[in-house]
Write a protein of this length. Structure first.
Length: 59
């Protein structure tokens, strides 16, 4: 499941403050064709182990 956010750094800080760890490091995907500057993405796991992605559109 993916959620679009306006400030990924703030979302990461809020989740880490609640003890939720990142899965890997945030990644930038510049090759997204519909966006000039791509997206910045970070992934977490929910309590059931499902992968949750937060993405910020860069422009």
């Amino acid at each position: 499941m993916t959620f679009s956010v306006t400030n990924l750094d703030e979302e990461i800080a809020q989740l880490k403050a609640k003890g939720i760890a990142l899965v890997g490091s945030p990644c930038q995907y510049p090759e997204v064709e519909i966006l000039q500057d791509g997206i910045l993405s970070a992934c977490f796991r929910d309590p059931d182990g499902n992968l949750i992605e937060f993405e910020q559109f860069l422009s």
